[in-house]
Design a protein around this ligand. Structure first.
Ligand SMILES: Cc1ncc(C[n+]2csc(CCOP(=O)(O)OP(=O)(O)O)c2C)c(N)n1
Ligand code: SF4
Ligand SMILES: [Mg+2]
Length: 387
């Protein structure tokens, strides 16, 4: 067949300017059987509403597969495909590449089609992180990977994942008399990790469905920019977190207001904070994290000491991580370091401030400060303007 004019263009999806401007059409409707108050289901609905009808959705195993495809029913109005638990990245890349090849060969109409692959925290941040990472290196294919993080392997009855918060009660970490806290690791920083390690990925963002318009606009921005993009969504889960379903929205807000889950985007290396996270960065006090933790049964076994430790870890995130908090930026030092062709070792020795390591620009782990040679350094929009 003769080659047709092919363009790898994306849809230009302008942001919704307020709730009243949001389109009415739904592409994730009735027919699902998620729990009452399930924020992940809301994320699906908002995600595809933002993307519009010319969208293919791919989803890895988990609640958003199982509860959304009960025999003979489905809420999906757009084409949808299930993929294996660890393969949201592979599904995104394969679908995007397949569409591109078919269009280039003239076997289907050449037009922008959004490809969105979603994954849970188990499927995306644990099992499938390698496939997502690979996809984020292929800049010639347009796809969005959305990680919906309910902080456990929820579908198989709330097992611990790499995204489960410190100390939480899960079926793999039940508190007991001998050992009160089974799970004592701090959760992974997925968005930071994806942003830092993937120079071909032009857009990484965090979202929470409690802020629906902002969330939809970040989805629209990621699809407009094109190439491989990544969004991390924090989703309160009444079953796994053990709270009254009516509190879902409030818990999402509290996660932001306590500073536990900062809302930001990184587009072409420029960091922008959103909403209440921005207010905190600008000086507003964070709410005490106990207000968030004590509303959830999974932390009911916490003592005052545990609450204090959790608060100290959040404080440390804000003090020592580049994101959240935006602390410890020393623009002059970074400038001279990044412009200089000296070796990594020499940079470590000579730099007095943060060090830019081979394209890694976000501090990924708490406690690794610039002096220790840690990776660093997004610029905020205002910093960039100042430069
Ligand atoms: C390779 C593989 N291992 C285990 C399972 C069983 N399994 C199905 S869903 C699921 C939980 C997935 O957790 P997550 O990705 O966080 O999604 P959630 O259920 O929380 O929505 C597991 C372990 C599977 N389907 N495939
Ligand atoms: S277990 Fe959690 S994520 Fe799964 S359907 Fe229920 S509320 Fe949603
Ligand atoms: Mg999960």
């Amino acid at each position: 067949m003769a080659e047709t004019t092919f363009s790898n263009a994306t849809h230009i999806l302008e942001p919704f300017r307020g709730i009243k401007k949001v389109t009415l059409e739904e592409y994730f409707t009735s027919g699902h059987r998620t729990c009452q108050g399930c924020e992940s289901a809301l994320v699906m609905k908002l995600m595809v509403k933002a993307a519009g009808p010319r969208t293919i959705v791919l989803g890895s195993t988990g609640c958003m597969y199982v509860a959304n495809t009960t025999y003979y029913t489905t809420p999906w109005v757009v084409p949808w495909m299930h993929t294996q638990l660890g393969s949201s990245g592979s599904a995104a890349l394969g679908t995007a590449a397949g569409l591109k090849a078919l269009m280039r060969k003239g076997k289907m109409k050449s037009e922008p089609i959004n490809v969105i692959a979603f994954c849970g925290d188990g499927g995306g941040a644990d099992m499938g992180v390698g496939a997502i990472s690979a996809t984020l290196t292929h800049k010639e294919y347009n796809s969005l990977i959305l990680l919906y993080d309910n902080e456990s392997y929820a579908n198989t009855d709330i097992q611990l994942s790499g995204m489960t918060p410190y100390g939480a009660n899960t079926t793999f970490s039940p508190p007991g008399r001998v050992k009160r806290l089974i799970h004592t690791r701090w959760k992974k920083n997925m968005a930071g990790m994806m942003a830092a390690g993937h120079p071909e990925c032009r857009y990484v963002a965090t979202v929470c469905a409690s802020y629906a318009v902002e969330m939809m606009n970040k989805v629209r921005r990621s699809l407009t920019i094109g190439g491989p993009t990544f969004i991390h969504s924090l989703d309160p889960c009444p079953k796994g977190w053990d709270y009254d379903p009516m509190l879902s929205h409030e818990l999402g807000e509290l996660a932001i207001e306590t500073g536990l889950f900062p809302l930001y985007e990184i587009e072409d290396g420029v960091l922008k904070f959103y909403g209440k996270t921005k207010a905190i960065v600008d000086g507003r006090a964070r709410k005490p994290v106990r207000e968030y933790l004590l509303k959830q049964g999974r932390f009911a076994h916490f003592t005052e000491e545990d609450l204090a430790h959790f608060q100290a870890k959040v404080d440390e995130m804000w003090d020592k991580w580049e994101i959240p908090g935006g602390a410890r930026r020393e623009v002059t030092a970074r400038r001279s370091v990044s412009a200089s062709p000296v070796s990594l070792g020499a940079r470590r020795k000579t730099a007095s401030g943060p060090v830019l390591l081979c394209g890694c620009r976000v501090a990924l782990h708490p406690g690794r400060t610039a002096r220790g040679g840690a990776a660093l350094g997004w610029l905020t929009t205002s910093e960039r303007r100042r430069r």
